[in-house]
Design a protein around this ligand. Structure first.
Ligand code: SF4
Length: 462
């Protein structure tokens, strides 16, 4: 687990810093100690040099902007280059809550640090308080080519949208654990798994179970627990996802396990089988081509593994609540492998088998008897329809087979239902999605439906 934002070099840790660092070394993978001004950043760098698990960020907080000018640009660069343990610039940004520096000065120093980040090719850590609209507009206009994270995200939807459009990460701190912050917890559902980070902002903002105490990096686990509960995932899922995300953003080394392309992976107690990266569709909201890492796993297969490799990876199918053929691409692209692996899973005691599909199996395989071949092997088809009518379908899903795809998709759904499979149709509620019409479609087809939250992976093409 990685605490992506702490201030371990602050005086609040003077009395027991060594003990706290030992605890970080025992319990966490890394901690980033974040500078508030340039003298403070030097202390952060010094501390990072003393422990292999501590890294530093160099920056000027908006409160301190009044003490700096463009003449300090070279000092930022110099301090950042003074150690390989400097992994980011910041915290920087806008704070119109306390207004300890004038707005003009805050903008000037924020922009100067963005330039430095560009020169140094480092990610930035952004602070925004009572300035959501202004920070969103700054991100939209100044962040081209800049990587970074919105630290201690407090729930501003416009800011979230701007940050995700620019590919930034979103970091949740102890405030997400406070009972009254249900609206903030609600925003978690719109953050892609590969953009989520966690932090403590210690010594401040201790999470609920230890609220009122001095915060410390090990308490980041409370943040992870709250997020896991909110998203219906396990603590280990959140640990895996956020640690990998932090390593990728801040350039820390990935383990061999983390780099490995995943043929099969677990989320909670379900096993997902990733057969291919190919898909005949090109949905406007899809992450394919924009992101290889989903749910803390590298899913973009660069080759097409043989069935025995899946069997070797799955080992004991009987231990999972459900096994789902799903992944980076469309399972029917590899129908023969799907069938062979499903047969083996059944033989080995696998209980519930589901295929998540775009529903174009007939067009992909060129055959209409595929459902008969899957009888007794697959229990459920989750068909991503993502539209309620043909025009919408061709505009959003963009199947490579062109006209006739909608009819083939509907035939697949009807046939699957008629042949006794459980069928669920699903859609992402992208901007302009007609939810009522989609529910009507599900009712007409007499199948269950599921609507998934639209998550921004870069700009949505209007
Ligand atoms: S069907 Fe699924 S995998 Fe294929 S493009 Fe659409 S969202 Fe992506």
């Amino acid at each position: 687990m990685i605490d992506t934002h702490a201030h371990l070099h602050f005086p609040q840790f003077d009395e027991d810093r060594e003990e706290i660092i030992r605890e970080c070394e025992n319990k966490l993978d890394a901690v980033i100690t974040v500078g508030g001004d340039l003298e403070d950043s030097k202390k952060a760098v010094e501390l990072a040099m003393s422990s292999r698990k501590i890294y530093a960020s160099v920056g000027i907080h908006p409160h301190e902007a009044k003490n700096y000018s463009e003449k300090d640009y070279d000092r930022i660069v110099e301090i950042s280059k003074s150690s390989p343990k400097v992994v980011a610039l910041g915290e920087m940004g806008l704070d119109f809550y306390r207004n300890l520096s004038s707005k003009e000065k805050q903008y000037e120093i924020f922009e100067m640090q963005i330039e430095a980040a560009r020169e140094l090719n480092l990610p930035v850590i952004i602070h925004s308080r009572n300035a959501g609209k202004e920070t969103a507009s700054f991100i939209r206009t100044k962040f081209k080519g800049i990587k970074g994270v919105l630290h201690c995200f407090s729930g501003d939807k416009e800011l979230l949208k701007a940050a995700l459009d620019e590919g930034l990460y979103i970091s949740y701190a102890g405030i997400v654990t406070y009972p009254k912050n249900s609206e903030l917890r609600e925003t978690l559902k719109y953050v892609p798994s590969s953009r989520l980070l966690i932090e403590t902002d210690s010594p401040y903002l201790a999470p609920q179970p230890v609220r009122g105490k001095r915060n410390k990096p090990a308490y980041v686990a409370y943040v992870a627990m709250t997020i896991a509960k909110e998203l219906g995932l396990s603590f280990l899922d959140i640990d895996r996802m956020t640690s990998l995300n932090a390593k990728r953003l801040f350039g820390l080394s990935l383990t061999e396990e983390e780099k490995k392309e995943r043929l099969a992976y677990t989320v909670g107690n379900k096993l997902y089988v990733n057969l291919t990266s190919k898909c005949p569709c090109s949905c406007k909201f899809c992450f394919r081509g924009k992101e290889d890492f989903i749910l803390g796993y590298n899913l973009n297969l660069r080759r097409e593994p043989i069935p025995e490799e899946y069997m070797y990876r799955i080992k004991n199918p009987g231990i999972y609540d459900e096994i789902v053929f799903c992944g980076y691409g469309e399972p029917f692209e590899r129908f023969d492998v799907l069938k062979k692996v499903a047969e083996w899973i059944r033989k080995m005691g696998g209980k519930h088998l589901r295929v998540d599909t775009c529903g174009l199996g007939y067009l992909i395989t060129g055959r209409e008897n595929i459902l008969d071949e899957l009888k007794g092997l697959i229990d459920t088809f989750n068909v991503s329809v993502n539209a309620s009518a043909p025009e919408e379908y061709y505009e959003i899903v963009r199947p490579k087979f062109g006209s006739g795809s909608w009819e083939s998709l509907l035939k697949f759904i009807k046939d699957a239902k008629r042949k006794g499979f459980k069928v669920i149709i699903s859609a992402v509620n992208y901007p302009g999605f007609n939810e009522k019409a989609f529910i009507d479609l599900a009712n007409r087809l007499q199948v269950d439906f599921k609507i998934r939250n639209f998550k921004r992976f870069g700009k949505w093409e209007e």
